[in-house]
Design a protein around this ligand. Structure first.
Ligand code: GLY
Length: 411
């Protein structure tokens, strides 16, 4: 059986709905949970995406001992940036469609009300620190591309190859499987976009067989093949955001990412956009995002949340409102929203915080989480706007019953 890549993607879109939705409540049930937690009166406090969990202890001690709030937040996000095994951020981040790692980051320092940002930076792993350098050593807020890289080198950052063998092999698996054109053409937001025809289950059999074969040919270790195939099927938008508040009530935030895996070169998501991927106002609080960057940019998510808190909403309600704006942008059309997901990390100046997400998680058993340290280190499940699990784009057709064994590749 032969089919074009376009046909396959089209067929994949509709079918993907049913896999993750089977047995799940797809109704639009707003979360009624008042807060994910409260840190009020327990300053200092640091909140971040769950991939920063391992770095919170050190940053908390630093903050408690009088360290600056932005430096504490940067200490957290530098961990995943330096870690070649985290393929969503910094060194080892999944590359663009041409196999080049391009990083984005921004930061805001509440006490001095300053901001810095970099987008589309190649060859420099700690872009969160480059964003801080832009803030401290230029009269600008944002530098991009080659100029940002040259600035970083001038500031003493080392150039290095950010594409690890691990990420190179996943990129090759993706490239050989899909070709280079997946992100061309009208996207989900196009008014003429339509959910495609129901796919034929035979596609799955062929697809898994080819992916497994190619993963083996590429030398991807057997124990990592499941995760590699999942990244090819669901290009991730992994990111880390961190906000920190100290005993003096000072607050700062930062966000850093390698962006959407296999994106078009030059694509910049929400992470380096002050007001979308991160926003901090010393008078109010701080917020940041991980997930579908394009959708978050359109609602200026982090700024919207901080403004909502300024006008009296709790962190939870402020975040839910931003998520509802994303849903509103698609007229609450679940056929489209099931391909979108966002998590917001929200910290108010009084120490109250919330983690909220559009869906419960990307897959069953993996809920979206927020990591918190206010003297006690913990991970908490984010409050979802909708019950159920999202898919990332491009999605996939349902797995036939007789291929249940292979469906393990998607967990
Ligand atoms: N939220 C990360 C990105 O979309 O690039």
């Amino acid at each position: 059986m032969t089919f074009s890549r376009r046909d396959f993607i089209a067929a994949a879109v509709l079918g993907s709905a049913s896999l993750r939705m089977q047995g799940q409540d797809r109704s639009q049930q707003p979360s009624t949970k008042p807060e994910s937690g409260t840190g009020a009166g327990k300053r200092p406090i640091i909140i971040c995406a769950n991939n920063g969990y391992a770095y919170l202890d050190g940053a908390y001690v630093f903050l408690k001992n009088g360290g600056d709030t932005l430096d504490a937040a940067l200490q957290v996000v530098k961990g995943p940036e330096d870690d070649p095994k985290d393929d969503t951020v910094g060194l080892g981040g999944l590359p663009n469609e041409e196999g080049v790692v391009e990083l984005d980051a921004c930061c805001m320092h509440g006490p001095t009300r300053r901001a810095g940002s970099v987008g589309g930076v190649r060859n420099i792993k700690n872009v969160s620190l480059v964003a801080k350098a832009v803030m401290e050593h230029t009269g600008h807020v944002m530098l991009v591309g080659e100029g940002a890289e040259r600035f970083a080198v001038a500031m003493g950052f080392a150039r290095e190859n950010l594409l690890t063998e691990h990420s190179r092999k996943i990129w090759l698996l993706w490239k050989e499987y899909y070709s280079t054109k997946d992100w061309w053409g009208p996207g989900l937001a196009d008014p003429h976009w339509q959910a495609p025809e129901k796919p034929q289950s035979e596609l799955w059999r062929e697809r898994f067989r080819r992916l497994q074969e190619r993963a083996a040919d590429l030398g991807i270790e057997p124990e990592f093949r499941r995760a590699a195939i999942r990244r090819v099927v669901f290009p991730p938008t992994g990111t880390i955001h961190c906000s920190a508040l100290n005993q003096k009530g000072e607050i700062s935030g930062c966000t850093t990412t390698s962006g959407l895996a296999f994106k078009l070169p030059g694509r910049v998501g929400d992470s380096p956009i002050v007001g979308a991927g991160c926003y901090t106002d010393q008078d109010v609080g701080s917020a940041g995002a991980t997930g579908s960057g394009e959708e978050n940019i359109k609602v200026a998510g982090a700024h919207t949340i901080v403004e909502n808190m300024r006008h009296g909403l709790s962190p939870h309600d402020a975040g839910m409102d931003a998520l509802k704006r994303i849903a509103r942008n698609y007229n609450n059309d679940m056929n489209k929203l099931r391909f979108v997901d966002l998590t917001y990390y929200i910290l108010r100046k009084d120490g109250t915080y919330a983690g909220v997400s559009l869906w419960q998680g990307y897959s069953v058993g993996n809920p979206h989480k927020i990591a918190v340290h206010d003297g006690t280190l913990r991970a908490e499940i984010a409050s979802p706007l909708f019950s159920g699990y999202s898919q990332e784009f491009p999605p996939f057709p349902p797995i036939p019953e007789d291929l249940k064994k292979d469906s393990e590749y998607l967990r």
